[in-house]
Ligand binder design. Structure first.
Ligand SMILES: NC(=O)c1ccc[n+]([C@@H]2O[C@H](COP(=O)([O-])OP(=O)(O)OC[C@H]3O[C@@H](n4cnc5c(N)ncnc54)[C@H](OP(=O)(O)O)[C@@H]3O)[C@@H](O)[C@H]2O)c1
Length: 260
């Protein structure tokens, strides 16, 4: 194996929702691998504090954005160009929204906002940043788009999160569709499907750090995922080691999808 296989020095990355949760784990991993990382958060103070906290790991830039409209994605792309420049090597569409409720009362309002944040604005961001992604990619080292999906979009997780599961299945298919269309522009597109990680999205499944044993029983490896495991997958896909992978859906889930 040649050295520097996972080195991202000189690359620019944009991680939506990179201030907190899984996005923060991913941003830290990309910084440790040498990339310059732009993060978003809806709140300016949270975004700037996160960028400042991560500064010891590398160059981290805060671009606050509420990605609940396509116009916000267009605006974020323009601010990326103004702040960082004309090359984007790694785009991680991580920002996501969920909504839980029983089937009998699941509200119609739980659909548009979830589909917007989880599917449409990731698409708009890719479309608006095509020039920067194409400028960064080469046949041997393409630019990478990594869409954070979910096992909820690939298996019946029984979470009563109907619009969320449908949105994640949609973003998996969107990733494959984009991968086929963008391969000739030297842009790889993959979906990463996390299982259960300890973030605010799964807080209702935990009592402090104690995880619901019924949940752990559903995971072949009987534990939640760790920061290094989601970050490592994204670093691998972003690196020279992942250059030949496009159109893939990669579960990082302790075996839930693969063993079912
Ligand atoms: N945790 C898990 O076990 C798990 C499993 C499968 C998939 N995922 C996926 O992983 C991704 C991150 O989720 P998480 O677990 O880290 O949950 P989280 O802690 O609730 O984080 C959600 C992230 O999305 C951002 N976000 C939400 N709405 C947004 C909006 N309108 N505009 C911009 N950003 C917005 C949040 O940013 P701010 O709050 O800072 O604005 C935050 O960074 C999501 O796509 C989620 O579906 C997570």
């Amino acid at each position: 194996m040649s050295s520097g296989l996972f080195d991202l020095t000189g690359k620019n990355a944009l991680v939506t929702g990179g201030a907190q949760g899984l996005g923060r784990m991913i941003a830290e991993g990309l910084l440790r691998a040498g990339a310059t990382v732009v993060i978003t958060s809806r709140k300016t103070d949270i975004c700037e504090a996160a960028a400042s906290d991560m500064a010891p790991l590398g160059k981290c830039i805060a671009l606050p954005a509420d990605l609940s409209t396509p116009a916000a994605a267009v605006d974020l792309a323009q601010r990326y160009r103004d702040t960082v420049g004309d090359a984007l090597h790694i785009l991680v569409n991580n920002a996501g929204k969920t909504w839980g409720g029983t089937i009998d009362t699941f509200p119609d309002k739980a659909w548009p906002s979830v589909m917007m944040v989880n599917v449409q604005t990731p698409f708009t961001l890719v479309r608006e940043l095509l020039t920067e992604l194409a400028a960064a990619g080469t046949p041997d080292d393409p630019a990478r788009v990594i869409n954070i999906g979910s096992i909820a979009g690939a298996t019946t997780a029984k979470l009563s999160a109907y619009s969320y599961a449908a949105s994640k299945a949609a973003v998996h298919m969107l990733s494959r569709d984009l991968a086929g269309d963008l391969a000739d522009r030297n842009i790889n597109v993959n979906a990463v499907l996390p299982g259960f990680f300890p973030t605010s999205m799964t807080a209702h499944m935990r009592d402090h750090e104690a995880v619901d044993t019924a949940l752990l029983d559903k995971i072949p490896m009987h534990r939640m995922g760790r920061a290094d495991e989601i970050a490592g997958t994204v670093v691998f896909l972003s690196s020279r080691a992942g250059a030949y992978i496009t159109g893939a859906e990669i579960p990082v889930d302790g075996g839930i999808v693969g063993c079912s």
